[in-house]
Design a protein around this ligand. Structure first.
Ligand code: NAP
Ligand code: ZN
Ligand code: ZN
Length: 346
């Protein structure tokens, strides 16, 4: 066992606080990673505040992990001490079910281990990346190239793959008209990735103040969702919308922006149900599809794509003691565009 230093939520209503706990020694196929940076995803906040249902406390959140390998088990082939490595939302799966065999480990039906608020293969609770180090089976560790800003790479492990996967699945290429609904952590990665794929990108946001940022991030246009005239003018314009909104919102209004047979890919995980009006769907022959992060191979593909194109998150680096303030700012939409925790300051 080794003692990990961390920030943990002890209950859904108390601030996160310093905590120490035991991590296992690396087993034969495990990699131990010293965490350099960990992004703050809105899912961390949904989870620790019980917004998605009762969670198992204490919880060390964090599934946007970038760091350096410090030790590997005897049978590890892909990593050695000193390598840069990342961990996303999953740390293990059954590897036998149809989804695992298809590279869709995130939909494993035989027992998926999420990075926190979940159980590892040995039955112990998993704890995430707001911590000094983590021990993960090498099959769920991602390779990070050298010479990249790790604080800006960390958010790719969730915000990056969660937007990359639906963009690819729905055929984004040069000239595809992509709307990104909600310009937060996921949204800003969606804009950068869609633009890098050659798409014409339109940001759909409730915050007029984000217009200049949208352009700087690579968007070609900006539509203020509360502006009825602007929404009407853009009716039927888009092939695909990636909906990253974290709370209840008007999905019907967004559907009206899609072309005939366009798709709204929902990745935002509102704790409250969304109202789905029939007419914009059936009149426009449109589809609403869900999407959950991405598989391990696809995550590696995304990281390699980002390294080659120099696509990284825009981050505000914070110290661990600032996590609670960051959460409050996240609730208010006051983040440009991801908080990245510097774990060397633990
Ligand atoms: P975030 O940084 O807080 O961004 C969410 C954005 O949504 C905000 O910046 C805001 O954009 C908009 N928004 C928030 N509340 C809204 C409301 N009630 N009505 C309308 N717009 C609202 O959050 P994030 O980290 O990007 O995560 C976004 C959502 O995706 C969360 O629910 C998270 O749990 C989920 N998620 C899902 C997956 C998956 O695999 N499917 C993976 C990661 C995260 P504007 O100011 O531009 O309007
Ligand atoms: Zn996430
Ligand atoms: Zn499986």
């Amino acid at each position: 066992m080794s003692q990990a230093k961390a920030y943990a939520a002890m209950s859904p209503t108390t601030p996160l606080q310093p905590w120490t706990f035991d991590r296992r020694e690396p087993g034969e196929k495990d990699v131990r990673i010293e965490v350099a940076f960990c992004g703050i995803c809105h899912s961390d906040l949904h989870t620790v505040r019980n917004e998605w249902g009762p969670a198992a406390f204490p919880i060390v959140p964090g599934h946007e992990i970038a760091g350096r390998v410090t030790a590997v088990g005897k049978k590890v082939r892909g990593f050695k001490a000193g390598d840069l490595a990342g961990v996303g939302c999953m740390v293990n799966s059954c590897r036998k079910c149809e989804n695992c065999r298809d590279g869709l480990e995130q939909h494993c039906s035989g027992g998926l281990s999420f990075t926190y608020n979940s159980l590892d293969k040995d039955g112990t609770p998993t704890q995430g990346g707001y911590s000094s180090h983590i021990v993960v089976d090498e099959s769920f560790v991602l390779r990070l190239g050298t010479g990249q800003p790790l604080e800006r790479v960390a958010p790719l492990l969730c915000a990056g793959i969660t937007t990359y996967s639906p963009l690819k699945r729905f055929g984004t290429k040069k000239g595809t008209r992509v709307g990104v609904l909600g310009l937060g952590g996921l949204g800003h990665m969606g804009v950068k990735l869609a633009a890098a794929m050659g798409a014409e990108v339109v940001v759909l946001s409730g915050a007029a103040a984000k217009k200049a940022d949208a352009q700087r991030l690579g968007a070609h246009d900006f539509v203020l969702t509360s502006d009825a005239a602007a929404m009407a003018k853009n009716a039927g314009r888009l092939d695909l919308i990636v909906d990253t909104v974290s709370g209840p919102h008007d999905i019907g209004a967004a559907l009206g922006l899609l072309k005939t047979a366009g798709t709204l890919a929902l990745v935002g995980a509102s704790p409250k149900p969304l109202e789905l009006p029939a007419f914009p769907l059936i009149i426009g022959r449109r589809a609403v599809a869900g999407s959950l992060i991405g598989g391990i191979a696809e995550t590696q593909e995304m990281l390699d794509f980002c390294a080659k194109r120099k696509v990284f998150a825009d981050v505000e680096v914070i110290a661990p003691r600032e996590i609670n303030t960051a959460y409050e700012r996240l609730v208010k939409g006051d983040v440009r565009y991801r908080f990245s925790i510097d774990l060397s300051k633990l």
